[in-house]
Design a protein around this ligand. Structure first.
Ligand code: KMH
Ligand code: ZN
Length: 276
């Protein structure tokens, strides 16, 4: 088995300070959290940014400021979100891609998302894939249900994305595919050979899904974007605390944790992040 890649999804667009008082919001807070997650074993940070009042934004300059702050502190792979928040336009969501980060997400279809709809029609998928390609940004396909894998492969057939592919199964979103071991196995078996995958279990599913990924040879995403608790009834102290637990479980199971440099090699990322 390859070493374990742990992705820290530290901010998201939905979690609030009221729900999780230790949510990082400003560029400096996010950079500090990224460094702590890196030290705890994360090799990728999945990045959303906020205005100082906590409002989610895809503003390019806010991303630039945050990425520069992270870069001053550590070598973690920066994966910008192109999902943003429900209701944002494709144009808004695509802004950080022009900064030419190492990775960006590419959600592969529309899904109900709590009370809203996370809209990703076919034309937008192609537009996002082209924007990533032009800027030399490696996609991570976000998969909320099984049909989305086929949508990703359609982009491949159209020459808009190139292998090796990395998928992230986001399981347990109200409206998406439930976070069950059967679903995780089923999804992982649909991928083309040579692909890598991670899983982001939402809420109480974060820990069991991460543990399953460790034993199945997948990779794990944890953090306040998807889950604010350490255990039932107990808020997590920090994103790094959640990362550290997965790293500990992996070491106990004899699965070493990848450094960012090792993760870059595994994911076919040719160069360190360049913010232009
Ligand atoms: N905030 C969600 C609506 C991504 O980052 O690419 C979308 C999301 C996915 O978080
Ligand atoms: Zn996200």
């Amino acid at each position: 088995m390859e070493k374990l890649i742990i992705t820290a999804a530290m901010v998201g667009a939905e979690t609030t300070r009221e729900q999780q008082p230790n949510l990082p919001i400003t560029p400096e807070e996010i950079a500090e959290a990224a460094q702590a997650c890196r030290e705890a074993g994360a090799s990728i940070c999945h990045l959303h940014v906020r205005w100082d009042d906590g409002t989610p934004t895809q503003d390019r300059e806010r991303f630039r400021e945050t990425i520069e702050a992270i870069r001053k502190r550590c070598d973690i792979i920066i994966q910008v979100s192109t999902g943003g928040a429900v209701g944002m336009t494709a144009e808004e969501r695509l802004q950080p891609v022009a900064l030419r980060p190492e990775m960006a997400t590419l959600t592969c279809g529309t899904v109900n998302f709590g009370d809203g709809v996370f809209l990703n029609p076919p034309g937008d998928l192609e537009r996002f894939a082209k924007a990533l390609k032009v800027n030399g940004v490696r996609p991570e396909f976000e998969i909320f249900e099984a049909g989305m894998i086929e949508n990703a492969l359609r982009l491949w057939r159209k020459g808009l994305v190139e292998p090796p592919f990395h998928f992230d199964f986001v399981l347990g979103v109200p409206g998406g595919m439930p976070a069950t071991p059967k679903n995780l196995l089923f999804l992982s078996e649909l991928l083309p050979p040579g692909s890598t995958w991670s899983v982001a279990g939402v809420g109480r599913h974060q820990l069991p899904m991460a543990a399953l990924a460790v034993v199945l040879g997948g990779h794990a995403r944890v953090g306040f974007e998807d889950n604010i608790h350490y255990r039932k009834g107990e808020l997590a102290q920090s994103n790094a605390q959640l990362v550290a637990r997965v790293a500990r479980i992996a070491r106990e199971l004899d699965r070493p944790v990848a450094t960012p440099e090792e993760a870059r090699r595994m994911l076919g990322i040719p160069r360190p992040s360049g913010v232009v």
